[in-house]
Design a protein around this ligand. Sequence first.
Ligand code: PMP
Length: 453
Amino acid sequence: LETIAGISTDRLASFARREAEVYARARPKALKALKDGAGTFLGGVPMHWMADWPMPHLPLVAKARGARIEDIDGHTLDDFCLGDTGSMFGHSPPPVAKAIRAQARRGLTYMLPTEAALEAGRLLTHRFGPFRWQIATTATDANRFALRVARAITGRPKVLVFNGCYHGTVDDTFVSLENGRTVTSPGLLGQVNDPTQTAVCAEFNDLASVEAGLAQGDVAAILTEPVMTNSCMVLPEAGFHDGLRQLSRKYGALLIIDETHTISSGLGGYTRVHSLRPDIFVVGKCVAGGMPTAVWGLTDETARRYHEADAKREPGRTGMGTTLSANPMQFACLVATLSEVMTPDNYAHMEKLAERLSHGLAKTIYRHRAPWHVVRVGARVEFICAPGPLRNGTEAGMAHQPRVEAAIHTGLINRGTLIAPFHNMMLISPATKKAQVDRLIANFDTILTDLFQ
Ligand code: PMP
């Protein structure tokens, strides 16, 4: 009997077919609207990732509030995708919505700071630590600017990243490992320069491979997530982060921690919760409650070195900053989020329900004897259709089961639950209810009952 992730391929195929039919039948309005109106977009979607959702066609969202999304066909979904972390604190958190209404009367962008900007700086330092902050609009940009600073400070060309990483569409980071060698990641569109000239790839949880990458002395910075969240979910082994910190110092590279997803870990992100000591700290997506905003911050020592490098620079453009960044709407939303949304109470709620979800899914997997596992990082839960734990991007790459995952995602949507596409990530927001978590666990159980019968 041919199987995939422990499931008979025949059973999987018939399940996937049935679920696709159920989905399409239930959304005639969206189908018609898309047929009539999506043609103006390249490939029929306003952002090409949207074409990668696994359903037969996209739903059109009517509105979203808290942890629920409603589509134009009248279906209400419990939202565990939450914009892939952009809305980790729920859709339109009330303090953020209020801040938006107030700022909407005062102008949207002026390339000048406000009093709220100063308050946001104080709150960022209070929440994440004593960094010297800059505001960007996407985490991609924040990472790009952080890298530029690291190169300016060290005068070195390369960034060390981990196999299977994702830090946004940062050109430099699209490398992977092939038989231990750094190669250009497959699939890039229009790639003309050779990223292996400016990046070196190492394996997560493997300090020897990190040291080998640093040993040539041409690495400006290690750029890493505290947990690999874009390759299934790979947790750092004991001592890995300490080792990274020591090796980066030994070889004169900066350490950039990208908290864009691991902000789920708890107050102040994984860095605060686990006392990491990055030279540059980056976080985006939900940091302003869903208003497009990212922040990056330098330690005092890194800031001092930045000013030194900046003073030596020839007059001209730095290659950092964008016109709409650090706008007053971002500051209003940062203040609201940092002071009223990223609170101990909210994180406690998120943590508690995520624990319930993770436990419920693990129990279901065990009962069905599925060769799968569950990982949790604070409010972020992921089921992986392969045995665990996974140690690195290579193992995560092999654990990924796109066909199985696509079928399950559609099956979950048909039963009222939305999880993140492309992997199996579920987020708990402050607005998520216990009943929604229990519904997700029950839906997962129904699907596994069908698949593993
Ligand atoms: N860093 C990490 C860890 C991410 O996962 C992502 C996006 N998934 C980014 C940065 C980039 O964020 P954005 O797409 O908002 O630029």
